[in-house]
Write a protein that binds this ligand. Structure first.
Ligand code: CU
Ligand code: ZN
Length: 189
C-alpha cells in the first residue's frame, strides 16, 4: 500500500469515526434531555367521591424555585378546604379512604405548607369562591416529581373542611370530597 493510499484510508476512517461520534453524542444528549423532561410535569384529574360534586385538575410543573402547582377546581362548597397529596394513588373507595394518609416519606409531623417540618403532601388549604371554584397557582419547594419522594403515583385529595395545620396527623379537614391520582404528563413546549 502506498503512503498516499494509507493516508486517504486513515482520513476516511477518522471522518467516519467523527461522524459516528457526533451522532452518538447527539443521541445521548437527546436521551438525557427526554429523561429530564419526562419527570418535569405531572397532573391529577380529580373526581368527586360518593355524594360529592367537587372535581377538577391539578398540574405540577418543575420550576427553578420548586414545583408549580396549578389548581383548578369546581363544585366545592364556598370556603376553605384542606388540600393534600396522600400516600396511595388509589381513589377506588367511595369515600376516598383508599388513598391512605398524607404522603410523608420523611416521617415529619403534619403542618402548614409553609412550616419548616411537614408532610411532603401538606399543601395546606385552598379557598373556593362564592361559585365553588378554585383557581390558584403556588410554588412549593418541597414537592418532588422524581426520585424516592416523588408524588407521581400518589393521590391529590380535597377535603370538606379546612386543614387546621395542627391536628395530627390529618389537620382535621374532614371528609374527602375529591380524589385524583398524580400521573406523569407529556411535556408540550
Ligand atoms: Cu388530605
Ligand atoms: Zn399532613
Amino acid at each position: 500500500m502506498s503512503n498516499l493510499r494509507q493516508n486517504r484510508l486513515l482520513t476516511l476512517a477518522a471522518v467516519a469515526l467523527a461522524t459516528l461520534g457526533s451522532l452518538f453524542g447527539a443521541a445521548l444528549a437527546y436521551i438525557v434531555y427526554a429523561d429530564e423532561m419526562k419527570d418535569a410535569r405531572a397532573a391529577a384529574e380529580l373526581a368527586p367521591t360518593q355524594g360529592q360534586q367537587a372535581k377538577g385538575t391539578v398540574t405540577f410543573e418543575k420550576k427553578p424555585a420548586g414545583v408549580e402547582v396549578a389548581v383548578q377546581l369546581e363544585g366545592l362548597k364556598p370556603g376553605v378546604h384542606g388540600f393534600h397529596v396522600h400516600e396511595k394513588g388509589d381513589c377506588s373507595a367511595p369515600d376516598g379512604a383508599s388513598a391512605g394518609g398524607h404522603f410523608n416519606p420523611a416521617q415529619q409531623p403534619h403542618a402548614a405548607r409553609e412550616a419548616p417540618a411537614r408532610h411532603a403532601g401538606d399543601l395546606g388549604n385552598v379557598e373556593a369562591d362564592a361559585s365553588g371554584k378554585v383557581q390558584i397557582k403556588i410554588i412549593d419547594p418541597k414537592l418532588r416529581l422524581d426520585g424516592p419522594e416523588s408524588i407521581v403515583g400518589k393521590a391529590v385529595i380535597v377535603h370538606e373542611k379546612a386543614d387546621d395545620y395542627t391536628t395530627q396527623p390529618t389537620g382535621n379537614a374532614g371528609a374527602r370530597v375529591a380524589c385524583g391520582v398524580v400521573k406523569a404528563a407529556a411535556t408540550a413546549r
